[in-house]
Design a protein around this ligand. Structure first.
Ligand code: FAD
Length: 174
């Protein structure tokens, strides 16, 4: 299994659009054995998708073609043995002010001006880990039998299209 995290800029945001996206995500992700989380405000989104590599590649290709967002920036691609969001086909969290709506979490990560397209891979993984910890109420530190992480730095946006970049990075994990 792999997990990917990307950030993007939402176009013409509305909660109705997000509801449509989440309904399609729920339907497709259950079918494709994908789990994850989608965190957003009215301008930006950060999504973690985890599951079989082929299913993630197919979902990410569809997602990259979606004109409800743009500037998709792949932040992290890694092998995983355990899911960080095992209970959710897609857990949605709305960023509101300094926190996530309804969740008093991650006090050490400022969410004011949530702009994850500017985050580093480390920022994104720290955030995703803290969110997973909070939602599952378990610590998600890597266990000794987890596959070693090979961190590959993302290329600058625009150099390679995100789908080709994901393919290259999955190949690098094998
Ligand atoms: P359909 O069932 O035909 O479409 C699903 C719904 O979305 C329909 O209501 C359709 O009208 C509408 N729709 C589809 N494409 C567009 C578009 N470009 N503009 C406006 N409306 C459209 N999909 C997943 O499967 N899993 C995910 O985790 C996931 N996460 C997403 C995260 C973000 C930030 C965004 C923007 C999209 C995400 N999507 C996700 C949606 C994805 O981009 C595709 O729209 C979806 O996978 C298509 O599903 P489908 O083939 O079942 O199409």
């Amino acid at each position: 299994m792999i997990a990917i995290t990307y950030a993007s800029e939402l176009t013409n945001f509305s909660f109705d659009k997000m509801d449509e996206i989440l309904a399609a995500s729920d339907r497709n992700n259950v079918r494709d054995d994908i789990t994850g989380a989608l965190v957003y405000n009215t301008e930006f989104a950060l999504q973690c998708l985890e599951g079989p590599a082929a299913a993630i590649k197919a979902a990410f290709s569809r997602i990259c073609e979606d004109d409800r967002h743009r500037q998709v920036k792949l932040l992290s691609v890694r092998n995983i043995r355990r899911r960080q969001f095992p209970d959710w086909s897609m857990r949605a969290c709305v960023v509101e002010g300094e926190t996530l709506r309804g969740l008093k979490i991650i006090p050490h990560i400022p969410l004011v001006g949530f702009r994850p397209t500017a985050w580093s891979e480390k920022d994104a993984l720290t955030f995703v880990g803290a969110l997973s910890d909070h939602l599952t109420q378990t610590r998600s530190r890597p266990s000794e039998d987890d596959a070693p992480r090979r961190i590959v730095r993302p290329r600058p946006v625009g150099q390679v299209d995100p789908v080709s970049e994901l393919e290259q990075r999955i190949a690098g994990l094998m």
